[in-house]
Design a protein around this ligand. Structure first.
Ligand code: ADP
Length: 566
């Protein structure tokens, strides 16, 4: 595994640009101030013929000196807090020296005036804001100089050329300043985006490394593009080697029959075709040490900018311990149910004999008690039977004796058995084989061949469960059992005029131990396992089961099974 990356933030472009600009301006002003001191010292000492040279030297040299001191001692202390202001003060020392020089040597006509204009232009490298401030300063200076000139000469001289080239310089400076600002902003933005991308990638890698479960991402060609350290431990492949390698070379998934996944049951391909997340625990993996480990695999599709699936990410969660625990629990429940079923059957048998007037003589009160005891024994027996079926289904120990048989015979048999049960509750019972019955008579339309490939005992269990539920949850009216079919499937429907099921409960009906919470369910008693077993068996044989119901009006439970055509 690569070392955990260290977060390194790039210095924002604007900050580093500002910093070097300030240093440059500071060096330039220091040099200008030093040059000013030397220049006026030389002019004063060598008596060079410049108007007002002595007063200029006496005012400008101390100010320039102050500027140099400021640059060396004050600026470093305050530039962190006032980066713009501190540099501008430095520039102002040069400007003040120049303004004094210009004013004392002839105003706008002074030889120093162009230098002042150049300084204003130079300030534009600090950006548009600095340029506006110095341009406004220049405009103010020009106005003051014009007024002073009128006062001194009593004449109005407009200094057209000076004002004109000042204007050109200011416009040019402003354009340059805007271009500089734009460049700085753009590069600042680019660096910010790069930094954000860097840190997003970094946090993704850190997050991935922190996940204890193996995480593997693939593209649509099933080549690995993402591999975390837990995946390295599981497969013994390094991230570097695994990248761009076919998933099937790195990790082999086996189904419950120890067959390697094929195109038809590969969870990744399933996700590519459905576009929906999938969680399955039907696969196991052979680890690097050849151990068989059960995994729950969650595969989620990933999408590109056009919202097209471009790959998938899978999280593998080791559930071998859970499975072992579940196996132990199932074994216990299965053994207990099996052992208890026999004595309960004996109790039920003896109670049945005790209530049979041909075999025993009991008074009516005792008979009533014995009937109740027998019903409870029957209920207990059903519970053990259901628990046994559930544990067998979950452990894949179901004794599944598949054969091709005709559903017509089976449905007719079940119908005649269940009719007795319905009659006991004074319910009408109708069966319709080969046509959708109208619900008023039992009918058999030209004995059709509805052949399926399944275990007939299991299919009988499904139908018996549905019909006995309908009888259980119907107070009055009728129960209809219908067998129909099309070219692909047979369809069995059990319709009743019972209590019905509220819409919000319907989606939970086929879950393990789920019972609708109403007074009748409580009164009738049950395990909440019948429909779960029915669904599991129907799905095992490649069919589908569902319910349509309206509270107070009744329910129709329907299941399909694939038709054997030849
Ligand atoms: P149970 O042993 O409780 O009948 P099932 O799994 O067979 O367990 O049924 C689950 C629940 O579904 C029942 O408790 C009942 O509330 C409801 N149910 C099943 N069949 C019907 C039906 N035909 N009409 C109304 N409710 C039904």
């Amino acid at each position: 595994m690569e070392n955990s990356p260290v977060i390194t933030a790039n210095k924002p472009a604007k900050q580093s640009y500002d910093r070097s600009l300030q240093t440059f301006v500071l060096s330039a002003t220091t040099l200008s101030l030093a040059a000013t001191i030397v220049f006026f010292a030389v002019v004063a000492v060598l008596n060079i013929d410049i108007p007002n040279r002595i007063p200029i030297a006496f005012t400008v040299i101390p100010i320039a000196l102050l500027g140099v001191i400021y640059n060396f001692f004050v600026w470093p202390k305050i530039e962190g807090r006032y980066p713009f202001g501190s540099t501008y003060i430095s520039l102002s020392f040069v400007a003040i020296c120049l303004i004094i020089g210009v004013l004392l040597s002839g105003g706008l006509a002074s030889v120093y005036f162009p230098v002042l204009v150049i300084l204003v232009m130079a300030s534009c490298i600090l950006g548009a804001r600095a340029c506006l401030i110095s341009s406004s300063g220049l405009a103010l200076f020009i106005v003051v100089a014009l007024v002073l000139n009128v006062v001194n000469t009593n004449k109005l001289n407009l200094f057209i050329p000076e004002i004109f080239y000042s204007l050109i310089a200011v416009i040019f400076g402003l354009l340059v300043a805007r271009a500089i600002d734009h460049y700085v902003e753009t590069s600042h933005l680019a660096t910010t985006i790069t930094n954000q991308l860097d840190s997003t990638q970094l946090s993704e890698r850190l997050m991935l490394a922190a996940i204890a479960d193996p995480v593997i991402g693939v593209n649509k060609k099933l080549e690995i593009i993402l591999f975390n350290s837990a995946a390295e431990d599981l497969t013994n492949w390094s991230t570097k080697d695994a990248q761009n390698t076919l998933l099937s070379n790195v990790i082999k998934l086996f189904d419950s029959n120890d067959n390697q996944t094929t195109k038809s049951n590969n969870p990744f391909l399933k996700v590519f075709s459905t576009g929906e997340q999938l969680t399955t625990d039907e696969f196991h993996i052979l680890t690097s040490s050849n151990a068989k480990v059960s995994f729950s695999i969650s595969v989620a599709p990933t999408f590109d900018m056009q919202n097209e699936i471009n790959g998938a990410i899978a999280v593998f969660h080791d559930i071998s311990e859970q499975k072992a625990l579940q196996r132990q629990r199932n074994e216990f429940v299965s053994t207990a149910s099996h052992e208890m079923r026999t004595p309960v059957a004996a109790i039920e048998g003896y109670l049945s004999m005790a209530t049979n007037p041909n075999l025993a003589t009991v008074d009516d009160r005792a008979k009533n008690f014995l009937e109740k005891a027998r019903n409870s024994a029957l209920h207990l027996g059903k519970l053990f039977q259901d628990l046994l079926s559930v544990t067998k289904i979950e452990d894949q120990r179901l004794n599944d004796q598949r054969q091709v048989f005709n559903m017509t015979d089976l449905v007719s048999q079940v119908a005649s058995e269940m009719e007795i049960m319905a009659k006991k509750k004074s319910l009408s019972f109708y069966s319709h084989i080969g046509s959708e019955g109208a619900g008023n008579k039992t009918e058999l339309v030209v004995a059709p061949q509805f052949k399926v490939n399944a275990d007939p005992d299991r299919v009988r269990e499904i139908i018996t469960n549905l019909v006995s539920n309908s009888i259980k949850y119907t107070q009055s009216g009728s129960v209809d059992l219908t067998l129909t079919g099309d070219r692909n499937n047979i369809k069995v429907a059990v319709r009743d005029t019972g209590i019905g099921i509220p819409a919000e409960e319907q989606k939970h009906m086929f879950e393990k131990f789920y019972r609708v919470n109403n007074s009748m369910t409580r009164e009738v008693g049950g395990t909440g396992l019948g429909l779960y077993i029915a669904r599991t068996l129907v799905e095992l044989y490649g069919g589908r089961i569902w319910v349509d119901s309206e509270p107070g009006k009744g329910s129709t439970f329907t299941f399909t099974l694939p038709l054997v055509k030849s």
